[in-house]
Design a protein around this ligand. Structure first.
Ligand SMILES: Nc1ncnc2c1ncn2[C@@H]1O[C@H](COP(=O)(O)OP(=O)(O)OP(=O)(O)O)[C@@H](O)[C@H]1O
Length: 207
């Protein structure tokens, strides 16, 4: 998988959030999108994954079979962000089963192994609305990382996680990264992206 950004820009009304982004994301690598609060990290992430159209420039997605249309790229992506919520009325079991009606498990993973990784077997029948914010964050991360998607996008992945949760997150990445996958982490905390070989600072694309 390759994602090519060619001269990408995005604006809201008259304000350009970023311009002239030329960048290539390649399978097997991990990328960090950096920048202070409000600089445009989440906006860039949404553009990369086709949730927002760029105001200028173009994006191409390509795998070994050829070019993938932007409207089909959702099938290749898994995302964990503060703005995509879990379904509060579901129990943990229902949330996992619902998610995997739409996505396949990453090869080698199953409902049981996900529960084992989460360490929340005792909460299997508890509604998500009674989960702590850290428990919810773990669920979001595990659903994204353990889905069979070639592009994994994590926005502020350790928000609401304690020290043990941060170590758990790093172990989850280690366990699920592969030569076929692209990880893109939006962050302003080095502990969240220390494993990323490449960094993109949104501030470099302000004009
Ligand atoms: N739908 C929208 N309409 C208008 N402006 C928007 C919209 N979405 C984002 N913005 C603006 O774009 C800028 C970048 O926002 P964005 O959420 O991408 O920043 P961020 O770097 O992810 O911030 P944070 O670190 O706080 O999450 C902000 O000024 C924000 O107000």
């Amino acid at each position: 998988m390759k994602i090519d950004l060619q001269n990408i820009g995005r604006r809201f009304n008259r304000e350009w959030i970023f311009r002239a982004v030329n960048y290539r994301f390649e399978a097997g690598k991990c990328y960090a999108i950096l920048g202070p609060n409000g600089s445009g990290k989440s906006t860039l992430l949404k553009v990369i994954v086709g949730n927002l159209t760029p105001s200028e420039g173009s994006i191409t997605y390509e795998n070994t079979q050829g070019t993938i249309a932007v409207e089909d790229i959702f099938a290749q992506t898994a995302i964990a962000t503060p703005y995509v919520e879990l379904i509060e009325e579901f129990t943990l079991r229902e949330q996992i089963q619902f998610h995997f009606k739409f996505k396949n498990y990453l090869p080698g993973f199953s409902e049981n192994s996900i529960l084992e990784i989460l360490g929340l077997k005792q909460a299997l029948d508890k509604p998500i609305r009674f989960f702590s914010s850290g428990m919810k964050q773990r669920v979001k991360l595990v659903l994204a990382c353990c889905s069979d998607a070639t592009i994994v996008l994590l926005d502020e992945p350790t928000s609401n996680l304690d020290l043990a949760g941060e170590a758990w997150y790093l172990a989850l990445i280690e366990r699920t990264r592969s030569p076929q996958r692209i990880f893109i982490i939006c962050s302003n905390q080095p502990k969240e992206y220390s494993f990323c070989e490449h960094q993109i600072n949104v501030i470099d694309f302000k004009k």
